[in-house]
Design a protein. Sequence first.
Length: 343
Amino acid sequence: MTTSTSGFQPGDILTRAEIHPVLGGSGYAGICPAKEKRNVLIFSDSKSGERYGYRDGWLAEDDDLGPVFTYTGTGKRGNQTLTGGNAAILEHAEKNRTLHLFVAVGKVPGTDTRTHRYIGTFKVDERNPFDTREAKDELNQDRNVIVFRLRPVGPYVRENSDILQPASQSRLMFNLTAGRFARAVRRQRRQQAPRAHDLQEERRDELAETFDARESAAGNTLGQLELAMRESTDRLLFDLYSQTSNTVYEPTSSAASESIKNALSQLLLARHHLRDFHHDQPLHLMVLTPTLPREDLRTLLAENGIGLVYRNDSGDFSEIDANTAPFSNTARPSRCVDCPLPV
């Protein structure tokens, strides 16, 4: 049984001296596991995050499951890992602990004591627990960070000051190591906190790893493309992108229609936002599949100008370019139900 907030209400302004005796934990860390009370306390401070090039907060737009609060994990130097406080957030449900989120708002008048607004209780997004992004560490070195996606459970407050600002224009960030880092972190998560649909994710990541290794051996280095979308606070992340050929690859867990449909929607979003960026090479969009999809799905991709890379029977990869895919542009004649019968 998880604990209640013991009288704390979303919107309450509190100090740590008031919070910890009730919910457990101690100290001044951003993530405070409280094993004895079965809680994990999360403290967000936008001023602290801005020093490292990121800001926590609510996404401005809800998705189909509702609102999302993004929170960057702990670790000030080098790539972040799923250990310590980060593991406590990820594993809270499996260990029957409640996530309590607080946002720094100021100080007690006349003192240096920080105050925090209680936002409410949360859970890690089951569908997409976290993203990986590039940021600076405390030595101003580039590194990869873990950005948790948190969903409210029960009542919560959503102040305008805690909502992220939509991007005024689309922005691209390329990172040579983030794609491999993301797959490694997801592999670690699957080992620490297994979920029902992990098999699909594992298959997709294994396919991406194999293709990435094959391309690297051929001298074509792939990296992660992070796309901040215009008028949005969410991001599109593509683990496999070639700067040289300006190609985005979207891996799938299978060649089934549902997998192809999901990959197609991601790549159409990529095209919509990437078309305004200049590159020496035209933009290529490719779906990466573990086997050859059936003909109607290949036709669907080709009709949308999207190519295909698939694992062939020999274990290597074969490619079908969107411009050479075998489908006809000639429209089939429609049947006219009101036309007079031929004489």
